[in-house]
Design a binder for this molecule. Structure first.
Ligand code: FE2
Ligand code: FE2
Length: 289
């Protein structure tokens, strides 16, 4: 059971599947102290770190409600680090296995040719998916967190940004089925077994990543977006289009110049004359006028 007092180096050595998660959370896996001490050093929240570690450690465990309570900034930072890990560590590692197949099999071994083609398509799709999140979705949420929506983003929404955002997690299934065929058709099964193992780990990681994005980040960001956009609307109406009538002011029609005159109701003094023949907006008309 992982808790604040668990030693980082013990977790990293006993639970190898958590090594990369520990690093993504900004903790060195060689750290000799406890999780809580590491978090104090990093100014991070040990409760958040523990929930993420448990998500990857316990099969079928996803603490949606607990994660929902942490600041959105924590979630964004964790997801950004995960993207970086996928692009700069995980995908290149898997690619190395694919190039091993290229070197050890001829082009006549059609399954490995299919495998490397499938993987390069997969890598391209995943990279584009991540790029879209990093360049459009996450900066949009950053702005929401600052309490505004930039002019060039006001016509869009989280829903619009993510509507064409396809899931890339399922595409690994196709690659896996080719490997299983390779396993049946070759005597040299070890490299395929290693590759299959790498894919399983990656698939599991992507699945948790998609859960954090889909069940925590997006609903939280949509809630925030609603609040920011309704605040912006109120501010806008406050500037140009007033809601309700202005108190302590009235207007009357002046038959002499055929224009409306604004009056301060408290002092009874006229304070403004309308330049055209239309009445002032949002000002009460005096009876009979
Ligand atoms: Fe992502
Ligand atoms: Fe995603």
């Amino acid at each position: 059971m992982i808790d604040k007092d668990s030693l980082v180096k013990d977790i990293a050595s006993d639970k190898r599947h958590l090594e990369s998660v520990i690093e993504r959370l900004g903790i060195k896996r060689q750290w000799h102290g406890s999780i809580e001490e590491a978090c104090i050093c990093n100014s991070s929240d040990p409760d958040f770190v523990i929930q993420i570690l448990k998500t990857f450690d316990e099969r079928g465990y996803f603490p949606r409600n607990e994660l929902y309570e942490f600041p959105l900034e924590y979630i964004l930072q964790y997801l950004r680090k995960t993207h970086d890990y996928y692009l700069n560590k995980r995908l290149p590692e898997i690619e190395q296995s694919v190039s091993f197949f290229k070197e050890h099999f001829t082009d006549n071994d059609f399954l490995h040719v299919i495998l490397s083609k499938l993987f390069s398509v997969y890598k391209k799709n995943l990279s584009e998916h991540i790029q879209q999140e990093e360049e459009i979705l996450f900066p949009y949420i950053d702005e929401l967190l600052k309490g505004n929506v930039p002019d060039n983003m006001q016509s869009t929404s989280i829903e619009a940004i993510t509507s064409e955002h396809e899931d890339v997690e399922d595409e690994l299934i196709e690659i896996r089925s080719v490997i299983v065929k390779c396993l049946r058709n070759t005597d040299d099964i070890l490299p395929f077994r290693i590759f299959l193992h790498q894919l399983n780990i990656f698939e599991n990681d992507l699945c948790k990543h998609a859960l954090v994005e889909g069940q925590v980040l997006l609903p939280r960001a949509i809630e925030l977006e609603k609040i920011i956009k309704s605040n912006l609307k109120e501010t806008k109406y406050g500037d140009g289009h007033r809601n309700g009538q202005v108190k302590k002011r009235s207007q009357t029609f002046n038959d002499y110049n055929n224009k409306f005159i604004k009056r301060d109701s408290e002092t009874g003094k006229f304070i403004d004359v309308k330049s055209d023949k239309k009445p002032f907006k949002g000002i009460r008309k005096e009876k009979g006028k």
